[in-house]
Design a protein around this ligand. Structure first.
Ligand SMILES: [Zn+2]
Length: 246
């Protein structure tokens, strides 16, 4: 048993008893952690309102041996994202960020850069001048790559050939973009226009290239493709998927 401090994004919370809650926290230090917050349902508790969904807080945990829940002893708000409450598309996108972090990562498997990416995404969603779809798509592509599920975009997923942009197809089963020569061997595929392919590469780039993606048709193509890919790789449809805008 040890006492640890961490920064945490609250990604899930369920009532456990009259007074306690079980919270799922995503931390740069320890990855995903599930912890019992005793007294977490009382209005005036050690946790104040820190353990609300999509809040970043400074926490103190008592780590338990594997198999039992950690104990959350303290939580202080560090950052909230109030703009999400005024934009339903942004709010659903924020919930989807939490769902992805929860569903795609294992307990105690830290990815500090992904934590930073999630917080930056939550800061940007719903801000004036931000189109939520590309902002979220950037996060999805970064998450998938960080966790080893990123679709092949620069090279043919099958033969590794450099792609020119002509006659491309996208195959979730095949692991990404396929060159013309490899397409007959893969049944599960859909045509991929050069413009959509280049948009995917732009969305995946580090930094803020996603802001340049504005065209509604391309945004819609990207959303459909990501819906299909994420559902295929995860093996089921994420709950928030029907509520996401492009
Ligand atoms: Zn190929």
């Amino acid at each position: 048993m040890s006492l640890d401090k961490a920064t945490a994004l609250v990604i899930r919370g369920t009532d456990f008893s009259e007074t306690s809650r079980i919270v799922t926290l995503w931390t740069p230090e320890f990855g995903k952690v599930r912890a019992l917050a005793k007294g977490g349902r009382r209005l005036k508790s050690n946790f104040d309102v820190a353990i609300d969904l999509l809040t970043v807080c400074g926490i103190v945990l008592i780590r338990k041996t594997s198999g039992s829940l950690d104990l959350l002893t303290e939580a202080q708000v560090q950052e909230r994202f109030p703009q999400l409450r005024h934009d339903l598309t942004a709010l659903y996108a924020g919930y989807y960020v939490a769902e992805m972090l929860g569903d795609w990562t294992q307990d105690h498997d830290p990815h500090p850069s992904l934590f930073e990416e999630a917080v930056v995404t939550l800061r940007n969603l719903g801000q004036p001048g931000v189109v939520n779809g590309p902002c979220l798509a950037h996060f999805e592509l970064v998450l998938l790559r960080e966790l080893g599920y990123g679709p092949a975009l620069d090279f043919c997923a099958d033969c590794g050939a450099t792609l020119s942009g002509q006659g491309l197809a996208f195959s979730a089963a095949g692991g990404g973009v396929l060159c013309q020569a490899c397409q007959p061997r893969q049944r599960e595929k859909r045509p991929l226009s050069e413009a959509t392919w280049r948009t995917l590469e732009r969305l995946r780039s580090p930094g803020e290239s996603w802001r340049e993606v504005q065209d509604p048709h391309l945004r819609s193509e990207v959303r459909q493709l990501l819906d299909h890919y994420v559902t295929y790789v995860l093996g089921r449809r994420p709950r928030l998927l029907p509520y996401l805008g492009s």
